[in-house]
Unconditional design. Structure first.
Length: 437
C-alpha cells in the first residue's frame, strides 16, 4: 500500500502532470468532446504511470548522455498534444501552439521546485514535494495564463494561426529541453537553475510579443474587412434609395396622368401599378421579428431592382434568443453572399435566393439556399473564395460561423446539385454568448 501511495505522490509531483495542468488551462475555452473527463483521465493516467516507471527502472537516465535523455522529454509533450486533440474540439495547430507555449511555464515551476528542494531537502513525491509543486503551479500558472495564455484562450478559430507562432513555440520547446539539464551536483547549482528560469521567462516574453503582434494584425485585418463590408452595404443602400426615389417619381407622374384620364383600361392599368407598388411596401415583409423585417425589406428592394427572387418562410419570433446586432450580421452576410452568387446568372429561374426558419427539437433551424453556377472548394467546412482580393472576401462566412459558435450552435455548408446550402442550428434556450478573448 505504501508503495502505491508513493507512486501516486511521484506522479502528482511529476513533469507530465504539471504540463497537462497548464496546457488544459490554455485550452479550457475550447469546446470539449463527448465523455471529456473519461478521455482526459483515461489518457493522462497511463502517461503518468509509464513516466514514473521509467524513472524507477532507469534512475540514471535511459542513455549515458543527459542531452539525449532530454530529447525523450519530447515524448510526454507530444502525448500531451495528442490528449488535447482527443479531448477538445481543436485543430492540430491550435493544440500544438498551446502545448508548446505552455512548456516554458512548466519548466519555470520545475526549476524553482529544484531550488527549493535543495534548501528544504524533501524527497520527490513526498507530501512536502507535492505541496511545493502545487503551490508553485498556483503562483506561476495564473501569471502566465493572464499574460501569454489569454491570447491562446478562445483563439480566433475562424482564422488560420500565424505560422511564426508555431515555429517559435516549437523552437522554444526544443531549446528548453536540450539546454535545461539538471544541475544537481554542479558547483554553481542555484545559479544554473536561476539561469534556466530566466531563459524560460525570456522565451515566454518572446512568445508573448509574437502573440500580441499577431493579435493586433488580426484585429487590424478585421477592421479593414468590416470597413470594406460597410462600403458594400452603403453602395447597396444607395441603390435602394435611388430605386425608391425613382418609384416615387413614377408614382407622381402616374397620379398626374390619372387626373387627366377618362375611365377605361389605361386608367385601370395605372391604378394596378400603383397598388402593386404600395402593396409591396406594406406586406412584403412580416416575419415577426422587426430586425429581420428591416433586413429583408432592404434586400427585397435590391433584389427587385436586379430581377432576383427572394423568398422567406418561417417564424422570425424564434430569433428572440439572438442579439439584434447578431441577427443583422448573420442574415445580412448570408443574404449578401447568396445574392452576389446568383447575380451573374442569366437565366431567370436560377436567380432565386430562399431561406427558412424553423425548429428542430430544442434548436432553431435556419436554412439558406441559392443556385450555384460554378464549383466551390471547401476548406475547414467553409467555401474558399476564388476572387483576387481574398483579404476582403470570405469574411462573411467567417463572421457567420463566429456568431453561431458564440451561441453554442453549429453550421454546415453543402454544395451539391448546383445548389449552395447553408444550415444553422442554434439552441432555443437562452445561453450566455461565448465571446472569445
Amino acid at each position: 500500500m505504501s508503495a502505491v501511495l508513493a507512486a501516486i505522490g511521484r506522479m502528482l509531483d511529476s513533469y507530465p502532470f504539471e504540463l497537462v495542468i497548464i496546457v488544459n488551462l490554455f485550452m479550457w475555452s475550447y469546446p470539449r468532446r463527448s465523455w471529456f473527463w473519461l478521455r482526459m483521465i483515461g489518457m493522462t493516467i497511463p502517461m503518468l504511470v509509464i513516466y514514473d516507471a521509467c524513472g524507477q527502472i532507469f534512475p540514471n537516465g535511459l542513455t549515458p548522455s543527459e542531452m539525449i535523455d532530454r530529447l525523450f522529454f519530447l515524448v510526454p509533450i507530444s502525448y500531451t498534444w495528442l490528449i488535447m486533440r482527443v479531448c477538445y474540439r481543436c485543430t492540430a495547430a491550435e493544440a500544438l501552439l498551446s502545448t508548446a507555449t505552455a512548456h516554458p511555464a512548466q519548466n519555470i515551476v520545475f526549476n524553482v521546485y529544484w531550488i527549493i528542494k535543495m534548501y528544504l531537502g524533501f524527497a520527490e513525491g513526498s507530501l512536502g514535494g507535492i505541496c511545493v509543486s502545487f503551490s508553485l503551479m498556483a503562483l506561476v500558472y495564473p501569471v502566465v495564463f493572464f499574460t501569454v495564455g489569454r491570447y491562446l484562450t478562445g483563439w480566433n478559430r475562424s482564422k488560420a494561426l500565424d505560422r511564426r507562432l508555431l515555429i517559435n513555440a516549437v523552437l522554444i520547446t526544443l531549446i528548453v529541453n536540450i539546454l535545461n539539464q539538471r544541475a544537481a551536483g554542479a558547483r554553481w547549482e542555484v545559479t544554473v537553475y536561476l539561469s534556466y528560469v530566466i531563459s524560460d521567462i525570456l522565451a515566454l516574453m518572446m512568445q508573448y510579443g509574437l502573440l500580441q503582434e499577431s493579435d493586433l494584425e488580426r484585429k487590424y485585418g478585421v477592421v479593414e474587412q468590416l470597413l470594406y463590408a460597410e462600403q458594400k452595404k452603403q453602395q447597396m443602400t444607395a441603390e435602394n434609395v435611388e430605386l425608391i426615389n425613382r418609384k416615387c417619381h413614377d408614382l407622381k407622374h402616374q397620379l398626374r396622368a390619372l387626373r387627366r384620364m377618362e375611365p377605361g383600361e389605361e386608367q385601370e392599368r395605372y391604378i394596378r401599378q400603383i397598388e402593386e407598388a404600395v402593396l409591396f411596401y406594406e406586406s412584403a415583409v412580416k416575419t415577426g421579428n422587426e430586425t429581420l423585417d428591416l433586413i429583408l425589406m432592404d434586400k427585397l428592394l435590391y433584389c427587385q431592382e436586379h430581377e432576383i427572387k427572394l423568398t422567406c418562410v418561417g417564424d422570425g419570433e424564434k430569433l428572440s434568443v439572438l442579439d439584434t446586432m447578431d441577427i443583422y450580421a448573420l442574415f445580412g452576410n448570408a443574404l449578401d453572399n447568396a445574392i452576389e452568387s446568383v447575380m451573374g446568372e442569366t437565366q431567370r429561374e436560377r436567380r432565386i435566393v430562399s431561406f427558412r426558419i424553423g425548429s428542430r427539437g430544442d434548436f432553431i433551424s435556419i436554412h439558406f439556399e441559392n443556385y450555384l453556377g460554378h464549383p466551390v472548394k471547401l476548406s475547414k467546412g467553409l467555401p474558399v473564395t476564388t476572387k483576387a482580393d481574398r483579404q476582403y472576401h470570405g469574411f462573411g462566412m467567417l463572421s457567420i460561423r463566429h456568431i453561431v459558435q458564440k451561441y453554442n450552435g453549429s453550421m454546415s455548408v453543402r454544395t451539391d446539385d448546383n445548389l449552395f446550402r447553408l444550415d444553422i442550428l442554434i439552441p432555443t434556450t437562452p445561453q450566455t454568448p461565448q465571446v472569445p478573448v
